[in-house]
Ligand binder design. Structure first.
Ligand code: ATP
Ligand code: MG
Length: 369
């Protein structure tokens, strides 16, 4: 029996690095993206997301490594030959051209015949639900509509890949949430493999099938939003995803047994103590998800004795900011709770033991399997 040939990955970023002079902006980045996937590149400002997107698009050249699409190396291929659609942060439409002319722009460059061009423009505008808007000028559209025209312009060329760099950042908070749904639904209709850059973890988690979390030019973890949230590979990832993100605190073993935050002792639940014992460390960083904390009575087993510093009313929920010794901890509790303690008063917070994350205090890597 002969072995099945291994399937060729759709988009393959293979050991890509990039330097600008002395500065290393991307370090050995490897990502494989199956066809039809919506991938988010998520990371803080300056971590190299846009640079990676530009390398895929052919607008920037890598210092090392390869980018392959359907098995074909794109290295050295000019951007216009790659059949990749790109929408940038500023979706700049040509203000003196109508919506139709804007969408047709990329097709004219490709010298398609008139009828074919017209059909594709109509199709692309239908896809972004702007079918009746072809003769409007950009100034007669809302920010969200302009943004969809920019996407239609890149879809009209029927790209093999759609690249979006912070496509929502020019929109106000309300519009951003609705366009987020529009873009995801569009992706599901068209099925074009999409790579979107964002520094907004909520955007990445809510829109993408796969999220690659980047920091300082490296991919720290790639996985489904659920995997990234439930099982962050490093302290950085745990502290970056979630809204609000996890509280990270240093926990030390007491000489007499048990554990403490600075000078504050913590009588944790036995199941958690066993997990910590199994790890055999003197210090660990623990990650506590605010939404997995409960406000409990003093004396409840496993509760952390803290001091309330402030609280934010969020409508359905209330976000408490408390201090345990020198450490800060956040807890998301029901917004309807009455008789809440006031700043300066003690609060007792019980973390859900299953949701407590443990990281190496030195290198930040996840500790338990
Ligand atoms: N043409 C360039 N010349 C020199 N340095 C550059 C150039 N382009 C980007 N950089 C540097 O590379 C690093 C990564 O930039 P990049 O634009 O990829 O970050 P980013 O993750 O997209 O950030 P942001 O979220 O702020 O857009 C930054 O430190 C930036 O200053
Ligand atoms: Mg950028």
């Amino acid at each position: 029996m002969s072995a099945q040939p291994a399937a060729v990955p759709h988009l393959e970023i293979d050991g890509v690095s990039k330097r600008f002079g002395e500065t290393e902006v991307l370090r050995d980045v490897s990502i494989t993206v199956p066809r039809g996937t919506f991938l988010a590149l998520l990371g803080p400002s300056g971590c190299g997301k846009s640079t990676l997107l530009k390398i895929i698009a052919g607008l920037e050249t890598q210092t090392g490594g390869h980018v392959r699409l359907d098995g074909e190396a794109l290295d050295g291929m000019p951007a216009y030959r790659r059949d990749i659609g790109v929408v940038f942060q500023s979706y700049a439409l040509f203000p003196h051209m109508s919506v139709k002319e804007n969408v047709r722009f990329g097709l004219d460059m490709r010298r398609l015949d008139k009828a074919e061009s017209a059909a594709r423009v109509d199709e692309a505008l239908e896809l972004v639900k702007l079918g009746g808007y072809g003769s409007r000028m950009p100034s007669e559209l809302s920010g969200g509509q302009q943004q969809r025209v920019a996407i239609a312009r890149s879809l009209a060329i029927r790209p093999r890949l759609l690249l979006l760099d912070e496509p929502l950042s020019n929109l106000d908070a309300v519009l951003r949430k609705s366009v987020r749904v529009d873009i995801r639904e569009l992706h599901d209709r068209v099925g074009t493999t999409t790579v979107m850059v964002t520094h907004d973890q909520e955007e990445a988690m809510s829109m993408a099938d796969q999220v690659a979390v980047m920091a300082e030019g490296r991919v720290l973890q790639m996985g489904t939003p659920e995997a990234i949230y439930e099982r962050p590979a490093t302290r950085f990832v745990g502290g970056f995803v979630g809204s609000p993100p996890a509280s990270l605190m240093k926990l030390s073993r007491r000489f007499e047994g048990g554990w403490r935050f600075g000078e504050i002792e913590w009588q944790m639940e036995p199941a958690l103590a066993r997990r910590l014992d199994a790890i055999r460390r003197i210090e660990v960083t623990i990650g506590l998800r605010p939404e997995r904390m409960r406000l409990v009575e003093a004396g409840t087993e496993g509760a952390l004795a803290a001091e309330l510093r402030s609280s934010e009313y969020l409508g359905g929920e209330r976000l408490l900011h408390a201090a345990v010794g020198q450490e800060r901890i956040a807890a998301l509790v029901g917004g309807h709770l009455s008789g809440l303690p006031k700043p300066g008063e003690p609060v007792h917070l019980l973390p859900d033991a299953d949701a407590v994350m443990l990281f190496d205090a030195e290198n930040g890597e996840r500790l338990d399997p």
